[in-house]
Design a protein around this ligand. Structure first.
Ligand code: ATP
Ligand code: MG
Length: 425
C-alpha cells in the first residue's frame, strides 16, 4: 500500500517549525493589542456567492483560484481564499457595523488553487486586519504604522519598501478605466496575452502586468493623476503628510492596483527583494465600496492582510530569528529506580505548581540513569532534577546545572523551587 501524502501545495507545520510560527504570531498579537484591536474568528467555508460578490467576478481569485464544491445538500460552498469578505459578512450578520467603529483582526488558513512555489501555496496563512466606520486618512496611517512597528520589532524593516497609491473614488476609477481601455485598444496587438484577456474584464490589472513590453506601452497611457477626484486626492495628500511626520518612508507607485475589485482610495503593499517573485508580504487599503456591495449601508472600511509564510521566509533569509525560541524545556526530571519512578509524577506536579513559569518535562517509560541523563542533555533543558530510590525515600532530589558551572546540589522537595530560582529559573 502506498503511503498517503498531503495535498500538493498544502504543508504540514512540524514541531520543529512551530516555534517560529508561534514567535511571529506572538509578535503580531502583541502589536495588535498595543493598538487596541480585537480578534474575530470566522468559518473557513462560506457560500460561494459571498466571494463572487465580495471579491469580484473578474479577479484571478474568483476566475481560477477558488476551491469550490457542492455539499450534500447541493449548496455551492468555497474554502475561503481571503478573509475580508467573510469578515464583512459576519460584521453585517451580527450588527457590528451600524453606528459603530470596529478594529478587528483574524488569522488562519486561506485556500487558493495556484501553482505552488516558494512563497506561494494552496493552503497558506494570513493575519488580516479590518477596520470599519472610519473614513479618514488617519486610520489608513494607523494601519501602516502598525505594520511598520511590527516589521521593526521583527528586525526586517530595512529589507522592506512601502509602496503606496490611491485608486480614487469608484466614479473616478470608472472614468479612468474607460480612458485606459480606449488607449490600450489602439495598441491591443502589442499587449501580452494575459493583458489582452483582461482588457475588457479587469483593465486596471494591466497596470501591474509583469510583462516588460506591456509596461513600456503603459508609459504613454493616460495617467490616473489626471482623473482622480478632489476628495481622494486630498485624502492621499493627508495620508502622505501623516506618514511623513511619523517618519515612515514610502514610494508612491502609480502602477500599484492590487488584485481585488473592492479597493477605493488608499492601497499599499510592503515589498521585499529578498524572496524573488513572491515579494509582497503585506497588502491592503481602503474598501469603502464593499459593505454596500454585500448588502449593508455605506460604511467606510480599511484593512490589510499579510502572508505568514512569506514573512517567515524573510525572517529566515535575513537570519533574524532569536535562537531562544527553539528552547522548549527548562527542567528535565530524571527518575531511575522503582521507588523513584513511583513518586516522580508527584514531584513534577509539585514543581509545576510552585513555579508555573517553568517548563518541566519528565522522563516517561523508565530507562537507565545514564540513558535518561542523555535525554536530559538532548532536551535542551538548563537543569536536570535527578531522582534515585534513595532521594525518593527521603523526599530529596539532586539538582544538576546542565548549561552553567554550578555544582550539583541536593535539595529537599519543599525547597526545590527556591533552588531553581537561584539558578535563574
Ligand atoms: P500575489 O500578487 O503574490 O499573488 P495577492 O495580491 O494575490 O498576492 P492578497 O490577496 O493581497 O495577495 O493577499 C495578501 C498577502 O497574502 C499577500 O501579500 C501574500 O503575502 C499572501 N499570499 C497571497 N497568496 C498567497 C499564496 N498563494 N501563498 C502564500 N502567501 C500568499
Ligand atoms: Mg495572487
Amino acid at each position: 500500500m502506498s503511503t498517503l501524502q498531503s495535498i500538493r501545495g498544502m504543508n504540514d507545520i512540524l514541531p520543529s517549525d512551530s516555534p517560529l510560527w508561534q514567535y511571529l504570531e506572538g509578535q503580531v498579537k502583541s502589536v495588535l493589542s498595543q493598538y487596541g484591536y480585537r480578534e474575530i474568528r470566522l468559518p473557513i467555508v462560506e457560500a460561494t456567492e459571498l466571494f463572487a460578490r465580495g471579491v469580484g467576478e473578474h479577479t484571478d481569485i474568483v476566475e481560477k483560484e477558488m476551491y469550490t464544491f457542492n455539499d450534500r445538500n447541493d449548496d455551492s460552498l468555497t474554502l475561503r481564499p481571503e478573509g475580508t469578505a467573510g469578515c464583512v459578512r459576519a460584521a453585517l450578520q451580527h450588527g457590528l457595523l451600524h453606528n459603530q467603529i470596529q478594529r478587528l483582526w483574524y488569522h488562519g488558513p486561506m485556500f487558493r488553487y495556484e501553482r505552488p512555489q516558494k512563497g506561494r501555496y494552496r493552503q497558506f496563512y494570513q493575519i488580516g486586519v479590518e477596520t470599519f466606520g472610519m473614513a479618514g486618512a488617519d486610520i489608513d496611517a494607523e494601519l501602516i504604522l502598525l505594520t511598520h512597528r511590527l516589521f521593526k520589532n521583527l528586525c526586517v524593516s530595512e529589507s522592506l519598501t512601502l509602496h503606496l497609491n490611491t485608486l480614487g473614488s469608484s466614479e473616478a476609477r470608472a472614468r479612468y478605466r474607460k480612458a485606459l481601455v480606449d488607449y490600450l485598444e489602439g495598441v491591443k496587438d502589442k499587449l501580452d496575452d494575459d493583458s489582452q484577456r483582461r482588457l475588457y474584464v479587469n483593465p486596471m490589472r494591466i497596470l501591474d502586468s509583469k510583462s516588460a513590453s506591456t509596461q513600456a506601452l503603459l508609459n504613454d497611457a493616460p495617467q490616473f493623476d489626471d482623473y482622480i477626484d478632489e476628495e481622494s486626492k486630498l485624502h492621499f495628500e493627508q495620508l502622505c503628510k501623516l506618514l511623513d511626520s511619523a517618519g515612515v518612508a514610502y514610494v508612491v507607485n502609480p502602477r500599484l492596483v492590487r488584485g481585488l475589485d473592492y479597493y477605493t482610495k488608499t492601497v499599499f503593499e510592503w515589498m521585499t527583494d529578498a524572496l524573488g517573485a513572491q515579494g509582497t508580504v503585506c497588502g491592503g487599503g481602503r474598501y469603502d465600496g464593499l459593505v454596500p456591495m454585500l448588502g449593508g449601508k455605506p460604511t467606510p472600511a480599511s484593512g490589510f492582510a499579510m502572508g505568514i509564510e512569506r514573512i517567515l521566509l524573510l525572517l529566515q533569509a535575513l537570519n533574524v530569528v532569536p535562537e531562544t525560541i527553539h528552547k522548549t524545556i527548562d527542567v528535565f526530571l530524571v527518575a531511575a529506580g522503582n521507588e523513584a519512578e513511583a513518586v516522580a509524577l508527584k514531584l513534577a506536579e509539585q514543581v509545576r505548581s510552585d513555579k508555573p513559569g517553568i517548563r518541566l518535562q519528565m522522563n516517561c517509560g523508565g530507562g537507565s540513569f545514564k540513558n535518561q541523563m542523555k535525554k536530559a542533555d538532548k532536551s535542551g533543558a538548563s537543569v536536570a532534577l535527578i531522582l534515585g530510590d534513595e532521594e525518593a525515600r527521603s523526599e530529596q532530589v539532586q539538582v544538576k546545572d546542565l548549561q552553567g558551572n554550578n555544582e550539583q546540589q541536593a535539595s529537599s522537595w519543599s525547597e526545590v523551587a527556591e533552588v531553581l530560582g537561584r539558578l535563574g529559573l
